[in-house]
Design a protein around this ligand. Structure first.
Ligand code: SF4
Length: 207
């Protein structure tokens, strides 16, 4: 991480913030307030938030301002996502949100060292830029996006490294979900430690 990037986390490039329901993984269906930060250099070719890649395309917002809006929403869970949120020092944001007694979740590829204190860590590692090793043991949830056959192997490699309580999910990549979902269903039937995550918010047509 570059030194002094956006005043060492006091300001963050904010793409959007919205109160909705979590669409994926273990907390699917639960109300949550999302904070989406800009900046990601992982370059997944199937990325559905390419708008997030360039941090300089998004306005900087102070962590106080971000936390105030989150607090006003009435949500009791915040999900910080991106982009790749570990690009930044997230401790100042966590400090502001913790004061408001809100559960803090993060969704990350784990590409950079994790900062901040989190109630729930959803690790979604990418083959082309594997995560920092230390995050595997911290993850509460491992979510592997299945885009091609090789991703099943990648999923198994990652599953060997997480802690024994970590929830394991395979998620069909959205643009091919019609073709991929039956394959993932078959895989889960044969490999029962895994569950399927679908992007339920896209079916519900909510953000
Ligand atoms: Fe997109 Fe996430 Fe991949 Fe970054 S890590 S390119 S935001 S899917």
């Amino acid at each position: 991480m570059k030194e002094d990037i956006f005043e060492n986390g006091l300001k963050l490039p904010l793409i959007e913030e919205f109160y909705t329901v979590q669409g994926e993984g273990y907390h699917m269906g639960k109300a949550a307030y999302f904070i989406r930060l800009g900046g990601c250099d992982i370059a997944c070719n199937w990325c559905d938030t390419k708008i997030s890649w360039r941090a300089d395309k998004h306005k900087l917002a102070s962590v106080e301002r971000i936390a105030e809006s989150a607090g006003r929403s009435g949500a009791n869970t915040i999900v910080v996502t991106g982009g790749e949120p570990t690009t930044y020092n997230l401790m100042p944001l966590c400090n502001e949100l913790t004061e408001r007694n809100i559960d803090l979740h993060i969704e990350t590829s784990g590409a950079y060292p994790l900062t901040g204190e989190w109630d729930w860590i959803c690790l979604s590692p990418k083959r082309q830029q594997p995560p920092e090793k230390t995050i595997y043991k911290l993850a509460n949830e491992l979510k592997i996006i299945i885009f091609s056959e090789e991703d099943f192997e990648w999923a198994e490699e990652c599953a060997k490294q997480v802690n024994k309580n970590c929830k394991l999910y395979l998620q069909p990549e959205w643009s091919q979900h019609v073709e991929l979902t039956p394959k993932v269903v078959e895989y889960v039937k044969q490999n029962t430690k895994w569950s399927i995550s679908i992007q339920a918010h896209k079916f519900m047509k909510v953000p």
